[in-house]
Ligand binder design. Sequence first.
Ligand code: GDP
Ligand code: MG
Length: 164
Amino acid sequence: KKPIVAIVGRPNVGKSTLFNALAKQRIAIVKDTPGITRDRIYADVTWLDKAFTLIDTGGIEPDSRDIILSQMREQAQIAIDTADVILFMVDVKQGMVDADAKVADMLRRSHKPVILVVNKVDNFDKYMADTYEFYNLGIGDPHPISASGRLGIGDMLDVLVSYF
Ligand code: GDP
Ligand code: MG
């Protein structure tokens, strides 16, 4: 069976932008709850000779009591439980926030391999130093990418497929 990879992180960090960049074809959009339109999206992805199933998630706001946000968090937890490897995305432009640390705690409890992806590093020379604060999440090395600028994605995928 193909490995399953889930992209998780707070809303707006760029998860769907990465998903869309990697997805050659969308195979399913799951809409099992009204109001949750972006809860789980699956795509078949191939990198080098490795194939995997990628899951996009709506995002995790750890403390929100908002019904939609708590349903998104539940869906993300299902994706985490389903995944073999997790891409944990954070946003270099926002920097490390408390919610990132809480998501990191959730991921540690999963005992699954987690790759820390620092997105929106649109210029590696300018912003690389800003990625180092994410070492404080205690989740390992930050892997800088620009999902919209298509930078660093190949190097990040090399690290990802090394877990299969
Ligand atoms: P999601 O909520 O995590 O799925 O985030 P989206 O993929 O919807 O992206 C949120 C916003 O961040 C959108 O306006 C994207 O265009 C923007 N974005 C995504 N990737 C990048 C990036 O690499 N650099 C910059 N500057 N913006 C990005
Ligand atoms: Mg999204």
